[in-house]
Design a protein around this ligand. Structure first.
Ligand code: MLT
Length: 411
C-alpha cells in the first residue's frame, strides 16, 4: 500500500491564488460581458525587455548549430551569469561574494519552498504575518506545522505580526526559533525594513544559531536611499543569511523562469551533536541531485539584463509599474481608506473600509466594480481586514481600476 504524506491533507483546500482564480472564473461565466481588471496576483504584464529578447534569440540560434549547441549545463548556473550577478547585484553595494555562493534556479517560489528541505523536521519556523503563503505551505508539507487552529495559525509555527499597529516592522520573537523567513520589500504589505531593524534580526540569528531566509525578489523596486537592497549590507549577515533573488519582477521573467539563491559559505547548520555543517555544501548537494540547471537560452536572456541596454530597460519597466503604484496609492488614499506600501514595492496594502473582512471586500470589488485584488487574510491571520492591490497591471487598466474604485468609495 502506497502510504501518502498525510501532511498534505492538512493544507487548506486550495492555494490562495487558485481560489481567487476560481471565484473570478465563476463570476465571469455568470457575467460574460464584465470587463474585469486583475490586480490580484503579482504577475507582470509588460513584455520582456528588448535586450533580453535579443539575448534569447542569439541563444536559440546557438542551440541550432552543432558547434555552439549546449546540452546539460552546470547545475548551479553558467559562469557568464554567475559573474554578472556577483558583480552587478552585490559588488556595487559593497558585498563580496564568490560565484560558487550563487545557485541559479527557476524561480523564487521553488527556491523559497525547497530550501527548508535541508533542515531537520524539528526546526522551529518563524514567519512574519501576513506572509507569502509558499513559506508556510512548504513547511506544512514537510510536517513542521502542527495543526491549524481556528485562529488561522499553525500550532508549531511562530507568527510575527506585521500590521499598521507596529508600522509593519517585525519584532523579535519571545521564544527561540531556528529558521526565520523575512521578505523585503515585503509581499504582501509592500513595506520595507531599515538597516537598524534588520540588524536586530541578524544579531538574533547569530546569538541563537538560527538562519534567516531573506526573500528579496522585489529589490529592484526600492526607491528610497536608506532601504537595504540585500541583507548582506548588514554586518554579520553573511554568517547567518540566505538570500533569494529573482528576474521575475525586475525583468519580466514570470513566464520565463529564472532566479538565484545566495548561500554564503560561512552560513552553518548543525548536527544534533552540535557539529557545524556548511549550508552551501548541503544546498549544492540537494540542487545537483534534484535540478539540472536553468536552460542555457534562459540564462542568456538573464545575462542580457546586465548589459547597458538591459539595465536601462529594466529601470524603465520598474518606473512604469511604480507609476501605477503611485496612482493606486493616491487614488485609494483620496477615498479616505488607509493605505500602505507602494513606495518601494509594487504592492499596495489597504485597510478594508467599514471593518469589512478581506473576502467580503474581495467579493464586493469583484461584483460591484469588476476589480480583482487579493484578500489580506489569504496571507495569514494578521492580514484579516486588509487587502492587496498590485501595480503590475497596464497603465490603462490601472487608471480605469482607480477611476472605478474612487467612484465606488468616494468620500
Ligand atoms: C503574488 O501575487 O504574491 C505573487 O504571484 C508571488 C509570486 O511571485 O509567486
Amino acid at each position: 500500500m502506497a502510504l501518502i504524506n498525510e501532511n498534505y491533507l492538512k493544507l487548506p483546500g486550495s492555494y490562495l491564488f487558485s481560489e481567487i482564480a476560481r471565484r473570478v472564473e465563476a463570476y465571469k461565466s455568470a457575467n460574460p460581458e464584465a470587463n474585469i481588471i486583475r490586480l490580484g496576483i503579482g504577475d507582470v504584464t509588460k513584455p520582456l525587455p528588448e535586450a533580453v529578447i535579443t539575448g534569447l534569440h542569439t541563444a536559440v540560434d546557438e542551440m541550432a548549430d552543432e558547434k555552439t549547441f549546449k546540452g546539460y549545463g552546470p547545475e548551479q548556473g553558467y559562469d557568464f551569469l554567475l559573474e554578472k550577478i556577483v558583480e552587478f547585484d552585490f559588488k556595487t553595494r559593497g558585498v563580496e561574494l564568490a560565484t560558487d555562493e550563487i545557485f541559479v534556479s527557476d524561480g523564487s517560489k521553488s527556491d523559497t519552498a525547497n530550501f527548508q528541505e535541508i533542515f531537520s523536521q524539528d526546526t522551529k519556523i518563524a514567519i512574519t504575518d501576513p506572509v507569502y503563503p509558499v513559506y508556510v505551505d512548504s513547511n506544512v508539507m514537510a510536517g513542521r506545522s502542527g495543526t491549524l487552529g481556528t485562529d488561522g495559525k499553525w500550532s508549531d509555527m511562530v507568527y510575527i505580526p506585521c500590521t499598521a499597529e507596529n508600522d509593519f516592522v517585525p519584532q523579535l520573537p519571545t521564544e527561540k526559533v531556528d529558521l526565520i523567513y523575512l521578505c523585503f520589500p515585503n509581499n504582501p504589505t509592500g513595506t520595507t525594513i531599515n538597516k537598524t531593524e534588520l540588524k536586530k534580526w541578524v544579531d538574533y540569528a547569530k546569538a541563537n544559531q538560527a538562519i534567516i531566509l531573506y526573500d528579496a525578489a522585489y529589490e529592484a523596486y526600492i526607491q528610497e536611499d536608506d532601504v537595504p537592497h540585500s541583507i548582506y549590507e548588514i554586518d554579520g549577515a553573511k554568517e547567518v543569511a540566505i538570500e533569494f533573488r529573482s528576474f521575475s519582477k525586475n525583468a519580466g521573467f514570470t513566464g520565463t523562469r529564472c532566479s538565484y539563491v545566495v548561500v554564503p559559505k560561512q552560513v552553518m547548520g548543525y548536527t544534533e551533536a552540535g557539529e557545524p555543517i556548511e549550508i552551501n555544501k548541503l544546498w549544492n548537494r540537494r540542487h545537483c541531485t534534484k535540478f539540472n540547471g536553468v536552460p542555457y537560452i534562459i540564462q542568456k536572456g538573464a545575462e542580457a539584463v546586465y548589459t547597458e541596454a538591459g539595465q536601462a530597460q529594466i529601470k524603465a519597466l520598474v518606473a512604469y509599474y511604480m507609476n501605477n503604484a503611485k496612482m493606486i496609492r493616491e487614488g485609494v488614499a483620496s477615498t479616505g481608506i488607509e493605505v500602505f506600501g507602494g513606495v518601494n514595492a509594487p504592492y499596495i496594502w489597504l485597510k478594508t473600509p467599514a471593518g469589512m473582512d478581506s473576502w467580503t471586500f474581495f467579493d464586493k470589488l469583484l461584483n460591484e466594480v469588476n476589480i480583482v485584488g487579493t484578500p489580506g487574510v489569504g496571507f495569514g491571520p494578521s492580514g484579516e481586514g486588509y487587502f492587496r492591490l498590485t501595480a503590475f497591471g497596464s497603465k490603462e487598466n490601472t487608471e480605469e481600476a482607480i477611476r472605478r474604485f474612487t467612484t465606488e468609495f468616494k468620500l
